[in-house]
Write a protein that binds this ligand. Structure first.
Ligand code: HPA
Ligand code: ZN
Length: 330
């Protein structure tokens, strides 16, 4: 319909995208063969059939297993370039891409290899398509804070070389029982170093985790944050401070955070004046990139054109791009 056409062409910024979660089954299969890595699947169809998640952990198990095919700089380049192509097709103009070094260093892949492959693709996309991007290094919260400190230490020597891209740190993986405050020291260090800060909070975890991400970690955006609705005082604070929430509707549906998209609180939070954005999270696993997330949300929640434009604008506004760049977009 013309509503869908409007969405498809609407310029967008994506602020919550795990590059490892953009690994499509076809590329996973091809990289497994190229690298002689054995996958627990016989075919691409079998991979897709396995994507029936009940919660965040059931997804993370397959997400980490899939990432095992990523070994070389070329693999990370191919992965990132495949995402860029999908993003360009969805009228995405800017991405702040999450990556998880610990998922790779644990398998003997160096931090340098990860940076180099992702950065080569993003720089080429900038050159060839004017595609704007940055990289946000995420710590795995199911691991220790010492491990996160070591991860940051291993990446810091690369900071200058990737100064045009790497501008933030984040926190992802299994949320429940791994509260933000577990990472207070490494986030304080990153803050002193001048990095932008974000954290997943309130996806499966309680509103208290959103509070501690804000008050202890001092993050500048909340990734997901949908459980804020259980805490009216927190909702007021998020509205008043215009703290951005990077909401991922199809992710929430696939991970059973909501039973049906028509029950999703994205529209309620937007209409309550919060700075809500729409993002794809792990598009290869959750059934869609940016346009699919926008269209599914618009259809399920009756989003008007004015609201769709607001959601897209919020993405640019909540980005860490330079003010001059934001002015060009907004
Ligand atoms: N939540 C937590 N960790 C993740 C996610 C997510 O949605 N995607 C990739 N790692
Ligand atoms: Zn996420």
């Amino acid at each position: 319909t013309s509503h869908h056409d409007f969405i498809n062409k609407l310029p967008k910024a994506e602020l919550h995208l795990h590059i490892e979660g953009s690994l499509e089954p076809e590329l996973m299969f091809a990289l497994a063969q190229r690298n002689k890595v054995t996958l627990p699947y016989a075919s691409v169809e079998e991979i897709r059939t396995a994507y029936n998640f009940t919660d965040l952990q059931s997804f993370l198990d397959l997400y980490y297993a899939g990432a095992a095919v990523l070994l070389t700089e070329q693999d990370f380049y191919d992965l990132t370039m495949a995402y860029v192509q999908r993003a360009l097709a969805d009228s995405v103009r800017h991405v702040e891409l999450f990556f998880d070094p610990q998922t790779h260093t644990a398998r003997g892949v160096s931090t340098e290899t990860v940076f180099a492959g992702i950065a080569r693709a993003l720089r080429q996309a900038r050159q060839e398509h004017g595609f704007s991007s940055s990289m946000i290094l995420c710590f795995l919260r199911h691991l220790s804070e010492e491990d996160a400190v070591e991860t940051l230490k291993l990446a810091l020597p690369l900071r200058e070389q990737y100064a045009d891209l790497w501008n933030g740190v984040g926190l992802d993986s299994a949320e429940v029982d791994n509260p933000p405050e577990k990472f207070s020291k490494v986030f304080a260090q990153a803050r002193e170093l001048g990095f932008h800060l974000v954290a997943h909070a309130g996806e499966e975890g309680p509103p208290a985790y959103i509070h501690s991400a804000l008050d202890v970690l001092q993050v500048e955006r909340i990734d997901h944050g949908v459980r804020a609705e259980e805490d009216p005082a927190l909702m007021q604070k998020l509205a008043k401070t215009q703290m951005p929430l990077t909401v991922c509707p199809l992710s929430n549906l696939k991970l059973c955070v909501v039973d049906d998209l028509s029950e999703h609180n994205l529209a309620r939070m937007l209409r309550a004046g919060l700075c809500v954005t729409i993002n794809s999270d792990d598009p290869a696993y959750f059934g869609g990139y940016m346009n699919a997330n926008f269209i599914a949300s618009a259809d399920a929640l009756d989003l008007s054109r004015v609201e769709l434009v607001q959601l897209a604008k919020n993405g640019f506004c909540a980005s860490f791009a330079a003010p001059e760049q934001k002015q060009l977009w907004l």
